[in-house]
Design a protein around this ligand. Sequence first.
Ligand code: SF4
Ligand code: SF4
Length: 287
Amino acid sequence: MKATLYYRGALSSCNYDCPYCPFSKTTDSKETLAKDKQQLADFMSWVREQQGAGHELSIFFNPYGEALVHSWYREAMTELSHMPHVAKVAIQTNLSVKLDWTEQLARGKAAFWVTYHPGQTKQANFLSQCMKLYEQRIPFSVGSVGIRSAFPAIEELRKLLPEDVYLWVNAFKDQKAYYTEEDIAHLSRIDPLFQLNIPDYNSFGKSCDAGANVFYIQGSGIVKRCYSDRRVIGQLYRDGLEGLSADRPCGMKKCGCYIGYIHMPELKLDEVYGKSLLERIPAGFAR
Ligand code: SF4
Ligand code: SF4
């Protein structure tokens, strides 16, 4: 089976201090970090075994907080990128970590979803980190939440990044009707696909690959179908991919998050992002 696995372990801490985020400047206890490390080791053992079972995996780490500051995530990404049955490994990161290890990543397999947090890092430092990936020919997308106070910083970053690096803007959805038509036009000049992210798509009863060949794995092995539906559909280490997989119509009213709605076949977003759907790089940008 070709499957996409989102993975999130026990970690819930970050070296940044974003005011709207529950993980800002939190530290995990030694016990939690040890648990997170062990959970990832268990996951890695399971992934290694899947080669014999004939599965092809794409893996996306979406931690609560920042994972790349921990060596076990850097080592896991490197090893996964070299596994023949792993088609892709990607991670959501603030890219604050030293990039002296990324040379070891297998080209064409590893990718980064980089989030820019103006106010947490100097723009020049952030740009220099992005350019290290660019020079190493490691694909990445860069993006930010489109809150009004961040517009100038996002615009400035767009100007400074190479043209073939895709910069996405996530629509701010906590406030209804937040954007004026002028805002939308402005942000669409920065991110030509901004308008795809604005809607909360009607999803109830509709077909979705989440739960069929896309799974959300928690560190313990508990599996849910997606970021939004909290119902547990099984246990990875007990049920395996075949035991988990079933066609299930969406049970949620709306789907408004990129990591979810990209798996709705009716949106045909694989035609926009192709093989770089997970890390959010549209056709025409550096991959
Ligand atoms: S970088 Fe991400 S995880 Fe860390 S505080 Fe900011 S929003 Fe939260
Ligand atoms: S909420 Fe989104 S990702 Fe989850 S099942 Fe529904 S459409 Fe799929």
